[in-house]
Ligand binder design. Structure first.
Ligand SMILES: Cc1ncc(COP(=O)(O)O)c(C=O)c1O
Ligand SMILES: C[C@@H](O)[C@H](N)C(=O)O
Length: 360
């Protein structure tokens, strides 16, 4: 008999949040206009606000972080035979369908992501290929970082590190892009303003639809000339949108109301990580939980791996996703309550406190 679901706690990602009442009201009342034929007035307000938050000249709303990264890479890598240096566990390389290559013809040159989300600076420099180099080689145009680094567990890149990569980029005449899908999480966790974190970057893609809970969208920031080129590319990719003020209004509410909630997401993540780590058969690197992402390592039981555990947790109403064969990813967000945490812990205890019955 299937245990009745007592409640549903959705920890699959911070992309699962539902628009708040204040967002829905703002959406309903948004001032709008055609953003292809002119400028949607609410989009203009949002773009100005995010450009100021990031300390960059200009900004542009895009429907997804994937499109934000793609446009940014393609603006910087505007010549055939261009190469981008990025982490081997970066979202651009792993989860964006190889768009930089398949759509942009840009060659990815991966460098190992360390556990803390960085790439060794010496390895980045060794990967740079110069236009004066060997006839066999593509030409490096861009370095991409990711802050926080999602696949390393939401780790924050230190400011000093980003500045050093920026210096390296300048030394070799390269540009620096930051995939800032969870940049607000990094800013809150580091206690450093967004402007300072991205100071060395030529462009940044900032998700509004993740931790701060907008229903849709990201914003890319950079110089005025970067955004002018980006706007053309967005249209080329079919991203020219009409009355986007409906979406931008919700994003403005997210910016103004939800950045302040991120610290609590991080606190909840730490509490849940500590609780899970107390369950004997589970292992969590609690010290590595810097923001809202937790990795839970399961016993290496081929009869009950991450996929099986996620299915069993789903029956209890806890929604999480497998990260690897024996690892589960949990992502906290502002619509998770303290009592949800207690319930999630009880479900993991129910599942893992006893050694599973030999499966028939
Ligand atoms: C680090 C990172 N970058 C980019 C993206 C892409 O954002 P979107 O899902 O809006 O395309 C995501 C996840 O969604 C992400 O986790
Ligand atoms: C899976 C990935 O694309 C998404 N950005 C997430 O973290 O949920």
């Amino acid at each position: 008999m299937v245990t009745p679901v007592i409640r549903t706690v959705d920890l699959r990602s911070d992309t699962v949040t539902k628009p708040t009442e204040s967002m829905r009201s703002a959406m309903a009342n948004a001032e709008v206009d055609d953003d292809v034929l002119g400028n949607d007035p609410t989009a203009v307000i949002l773009e100005r606000e995010v450009a100021e938050i990031a300390g960059k000249e200009a900004a542009m709303f895009v429907p997804s972080g994937t499109m934000g990264n793609l446009i940014s890479v393609l603006v910087h890598c505007d010549e055939r035979g261009s190469e981008v240096i990025l982490g081997d566990d970066s979202h651009i390389h792993i989860y964006e369908n190889g768009g930089v290559s398949s759509l942009g013809g840009v060659h990815p040159r991966t460098v190992k992501n360390e556990e803390d989300g960085t790439m060794e600076i010496s390895s980045i420099e060794a990967a740079v290929r110069s236009p004066k180099g060997d006839l066999h080689y593509p030409v490096t145009k861009l370095i991409c970082l990711e802050n926080t680094q999602a696949n390393c567990g939401g780790r924050c890149l230190p400011i000093e590190y980003i500045d050093k990569v920026g210096e390296l980029a300048k030394k070799h005449g390269l540009k620096l892009h930051i995939d800032g899908a969870r940049l607000f999480n990094a800013s809150v966790a580091l206690g450093v303003p967004v402007t300072r974190i991205v100071q060395a970057a030529d462009s940044v893609s900032i998700c509004l639809s993740k931790g701060i809970g907008a229903p849709v969208g990201s914003v890319i920031v950079g110089s005025k000339s970067f955004i002018t080129k980006a706007r053309w590319l967005r249209k080329t990719l079919g991203g020219g949108m009409r009355q986007i003020g409906v979406l931008c209004a919700a994003a403005l509410v997210a910016l103004r109301e939800n950045v302040a909630k991120l610290e609590d997401d991080h606190k909840k993540a730490k509490i849940l990580a500590e609780g899970l780590n107390r369950i004997e058969r589970l292992k969590v690197d609690v010290a590595a939980v810097e923001t809202n992402i937790i990795y839970v390592d399961l016993p290496k039981d081929p009869k009950f791996g991450a996929e099986d555990a996620c299915k069993s947790l789903e029956v209890l109403g806890v929604l999480v996703i497998p990260q690897t064969t024996f690892r589960i990813r949990i992502v906290l967000h502002h619509q998770i309550s303290d009592s949800d945490l207690d319930y999630v812990l009880s479900c993991f205890e129910k599942l893992f406190s006893s050694v599973p019955e030999e499966k028939a």
